[in-house]
Design a protein around this ligand. Structure first.
Ligand code: M6R
Length: 608
């Protein structure tokens, strides 16, 4: 969950490295650091805090190195302190290493090195790497060899970049279960955790695969598989990534910008895929597995966080539209279950980043079992996208704020499309469904004009320290997602609950100090939701609800109502999502929180 960058080229390497770290800061931001080689010695600068602190320190340096690397950290092993910040180095500071991931056998290696007289200064797992490289270098005298031997010994998940005054003019990198991309520019190379740190320099990239290492010099790059100790031939591919999408425009932060991108997100997720007039759906990403799809009798969706909640909406959608049994499993749990699969079971991974370690592990679990592996991914070319047999991209553009917003909306749209695609001909009102999907961008635009009202209501509710989000059917995953959004960016305690379950326990918590957010748009079970709301009201609980326009009855039942445009029940989650996102957003702003970078979190969770 950290971001790493390395640069070798004609420019002052500190520029691309610091800029790259800024682009990757969403991956972790509790401390940052850079290391560079000028003439023949290594220099390290690292501090607790954001990349901007490092940038100021770097600006004061007069150095103009051509080889440098940097790191922005999300702490796993060791508190977020300057000493635990990366880069890490050996005793005489000749070998510098940055790392993303977790080295699971670090303690064993550390104990061995301590016995050999090596001293450790940090609490991190990473620090074993520079010492281990030094150990092997002392044996062989070759840095390339030492690097390969060292990374071959590591277990767990890692992407590592190293520079050394013992190997001047060379940049070293290795990957196992943690993303690393090499940008190949004109007379320059840039390594990074994801292409957003590279695209400003070049669009030619090589994705390192598991067990691959790269040795880069001005003359070019060599790639080897360190498990097989063999050379790997790889050529650069063209990156399909739009830089413009990443700019803030006039928005105060990325979260608000991304919520306001909802109409465009729906358009991009449906563009060219749905044909309302003919009632057809065309998903190019699934064409190659057309025949295999016909054999699917059970679908397991695996995902984490917001993507998991989108998956729960998908469960309702696909079962209803395609009549296929669907189960949604948390990727982190799926990996450790022992359950029977048949080849007619397909696994569908949902991930915005495509780099979530738990989701990747879930896909790995079913590798080699002759099961179809599908993906719904936003980040083009990401690990999940490359691991699956087929899939559908969200096309939501880069999502920078830690809280996932537009990705959820795109995922729900794609799940609806997949439901229709699977269920070809199984529902009668297919055309109506597609017309509704087609009209959603306009409805989302209309909803966004109510932003001031949502802000006022959200601000009013910031006085509560406890929230329950309740809903039924399609409203239930929305309740879970609403609670996640609120706790994630406001740090207010919130739980999502199936409204019908309130009477089985949670109702005991309700009093005038415990607020409820009711998801109550028009649906099959609206009367039942009213009953659940009334039970809360009868116990003095304050309630805000999201309901469908023209619903006057609900006004009598709750304290505040936010209205959404009318659509079919199955597509309510898309509009409800905008409301719960804005509600959490304005509550967080009122409470003075950093909405783009909430504490303790990172955008891309690349550790298990
Ligand atoms: O990139 P992914 O969709 O795989 O990420 C999954 C979760 O880590 C992510 O949705 C997380 O829960 C968000 N911060 C929620 O807003």
């Amino acid at each position: 969950m950290c971001g790493i960058v390395g640069y070798l080229g004609n420019k002052n390497a500190l520029g691309p490295v610091v800029d790259g770290l800024k682009a990757l800061e969403y991956r972790g931001y509790d401390s940052a650091g850079v290391a560079y080689i000028n003439s023949d010695s290594c220099t390290v600068i690292k501090r607790v805090g954001r990349v901007e602190t490092i940038e100021k320190l770097v600006d004061k340096e007069k150095a103009t190195p051509h080889l440098a690397m940097g790191h922005t950290r999300w702490a796993t092993h060791g508190a977020p302190t300057t000493v635990n910040a990366h880069p890490h180095f050996n005793h005489d500071k000749t070998i510098m290493v940055v790392h993303n991931g977790i080295i699971e056998n670090f303690q064993v290696i550390k104990n061995r090195l301590i016995e050999l007289g090596y001293q450790f200064a940090t609490e991190t797992d990473t620090e074993v790497v520079p010492h281990l490289i030094e150990y092997h270098f002392k044996q062989s005298g070759s840095f390339e060899d030492a690097f390969e031997k060292a990374v071959s010994e590591l277990e767990g998940a890692f992407s590592i970049v190293a520079i050394s005054s013992l190997a001047l003019g060379q940049l070293f990198a290795a990957r196992l279960s943690s993303p690393l991309v090499l940008g190949v520019g004109e007379d320059e190379f840039i390594l990074a955790s994801d292409p957003s740190a590279i695209m400003e320099h070049t669009k030619k990239v090589i994705y390192l695969e598991d067990y691959e290492l790269a040795i880069i010099s001005k003359k070019g790059y060599k790639i080897r598989n360190f498990k097989r100790a063999a050379v790997v031939e790889k050529t650069a591919e063209e990156l399909d990534f739009d830089l413009e999408h990443a700019a803030l425009d006039d928005f105060p932060n990325f979260m608000l910008k991304e919520i306001f991108e909802a109409p465009q997100t729906i358009k991009l997720a449906t563009l060219g895929r749905i044909r309302p007039k003919s009632g057809t759906v065309k998903l190019g990403g699934l064409v190659d597995v057309k025949d295999k799809l016909k054999e699917v009798q059970r679908l397991i969706i695996v995902a984490c966080g917001t993507s998991y909640y989108a998956g729960l909406v998908g469960e309702y959608l696909i079962e209803e539209l395609a009549h296929i049994p669907v189960e949604v499993q948390l990727a982190s749990e799926f990996k450790y279950r022992f359950e029977p699969f048949s080849p007619s079971t397909a696994v569908l991974a949902i991930s915005q980043s495509g780099e979530t370690a738990d989701t990747i592990a879930a896909l790995k679990k079913v590798e080699g079992r002759n099961m179809l592996r599908l993906g719904i991914v936003n980040a083009v070319g990401s690990t999940v996208a490359r691991m699956t047999d087929a899939g559908v991209y969200c096309h939501a553009g880069p999502e920078r704020a830690v809280a996932s917003t537009k990705a959820f909306i795109a995922q729900v749209c794609v799940l609806a499309e997949i439901g229709l695609h699977f269920g070809n001909g199984k529902i009668r009102d297919r055309k109506r469904f597609l017309q509704e999907l087609d009209s959603l961008p306009k409805k989302a635009e209309q909803l966004l004009t109510q932003v001031d009202k949502i802000r006022q209501i959200a601000e009013k509710y910031t006085r509560f320290s406890n929230f329950l989000y309740i809903g039924r059917r399609y409203g239930y995953p929305c309740a879970l997602e609403g609670a996640l959004k609120l706790k994630e960016i406001t740090y207010i305690h919130a739980e999502g609950y199936a409204a019908g379950e309130m009477k089985h326990g949670p109702l005991a918590m309700i009093d005038k100090n415990f607020a409820t957010f009711a998801i109550a748009p028009d649906c099959q079970v609206l009367e039942k939701v009213y009953s659940n709301i009334s039970e809360i009201k009868a116990r003095g609980g304050p309630i805000v609800a999201v309901a469908t326009e023209d619903n006057r009855q609900i006004k009598k039942l709750v304290d505040d109502v936010i209205y959404i445009p009318k659509t079919i029940e199955q597509l309510n989650p898309v509009l409800v999502a905008i409301v719960i996102q804005l509600f959490a957003y304005y509550a967080a702003i009122k409470l003075g929180k950093n909405v783009d970078r909430p504490r303790n979190l990172a955008k891309s969770v690349t550790v298990e």
